[in-house]
Design a protein around this ligand. Structure first.
Ligand SMILES: NC(=O)c1ccc[n+]([C@@H]2O[C@H](COP(=O)([O-])OP(=O)(O)OC[C@H]3O[C@@H](n4cnc5c(N)ncnc54)[C@H](OP(=O)(O)O)[C@@H]3O)[C@@H](O)[C@H]2O)c1
Length: 249
């Protein structure tokens, strides 16, 4: 009988999360077997990674110590001979005003000095983040509705991840992943035919999210779309197309 794990090619840390599921689906579409891993993998990381050809590292949202999470995965990968790693970072990781971005900047440094064959992906905020608000009939956000973002389709980000993990020429590369154009929340609202409004952050919002909203309010999160277009071999999906495709989902 064929061993259950014999076909596993790519281990996905955070594979049961929102991003990880999208990456797993993209790899499956590319015909690659995956091993999605959640928090239980940290009970014995070397065993969880053994036999994989590569590992995709995705930390959970707002992990309190992302560098430690990433360091543990890198050490385990090295221990069991998984030589290829791709790290899911964020656009503009080095922003001292946003603690969770700084955690990714520090983690990127660990990845680059790991001795493994690495690639770093820096996606902008996903267009999908706005779907619940669009469904509610009003795009109410706790930052300026006119701030510029390179909002990106999570499905495109996942497809690009599959490209770097299965293709040649991506070792030692850092790719900023933005959508096809800079857009504001007001632009997205106009495309959806609903109003946009700036509201106060909820009183119980995580302090790191408050810091992010303040930064978004002043600067947005502009992100270039050229690397994603190059990786996909087609234009990245526009936010309006994401809404049309995903609103019924
Ligand atoms: N949302 C965006 O627009 C955006 C943009 C750029 C980058 N990012 C980044 O993308 C990453 C993934 O975001 P996401 O929303 O997809 O994540 P998520 O859904 O919160 O990820 C959950 C995953 O992390 C695992 N996990 C949860 N707590 C853990 C712990 N303490 N130790 C180990 N594993 C744990 C979960 O495993 P279990 O199933 O076992 O709980 C699950 O596999 C984040 O680092 C985020 O900053 C997000």
């Amino acid at each position: 009988m064929r061993d259950r794990d014999s076909a596993v090619k790519i281990a996905i840390l955070g594979g049961s999360g929102k991003t990880g599921r999208a990456v797993g689906a993209a790899l499956a579409r590319a015909g690659v077997a995956t091993r999605p891993l959640g928090r239980a993998a940290f009970d014995d990381l070397p065993a969880a990674l053994a036999g994989a050809d590569a590992v995709q590292v995705i930390a959970p949202n707002l992990h309190p110590d992302e560098p430690s999470y990433v360091a543990a995965v890198l050490a385990a990968a090295a221990e069991v001979g998984v030589g290829r790693v791709s790290y899911h970072s964020v656009a503009s990781p080095y922003v001292p005003a946003m603690p969770h971005h700084l955690g990714k900047a520090e983690s990127e440094d660990l990845v680059r000095r790991s001795g493994l064959d690495w690639t770093i992906l820096q996606p902008c905020a996903y267009a999908q983040n706005l779907l619940p608000a669009v469904r509610s009939g009003e795009l109410a956000v706790p930052y300026s509705v006119d701030a510029p973002f390179g909002l990106v389709d999570l499905r495109d980000v996942a497809e690009a991840t599959a490209v770097v993990l299965t293709g040649d020429g991506h070792v030692g590369a850092t790719y900023e992943l933005g959508g096809p154009a800079l857009v504001s929340v007001a632009d997205v609202a106009a495309a959806a035919g609903i109003p946009a409004r700036r509201v106060l952050a909820p009183d119980d919002a995580h302090p790191w999210l408050r810091a992010m909203f303040d930064y978004y309010d002043a600067h947005g999160l502009p992100t270039g779309g050229v690397p994603l277009r190059a990786l996909l071999g087609r234009p990245p999906t526009a936010v309006a197309a994401v809404l049309t495709r995903d609103l019924g989902a």
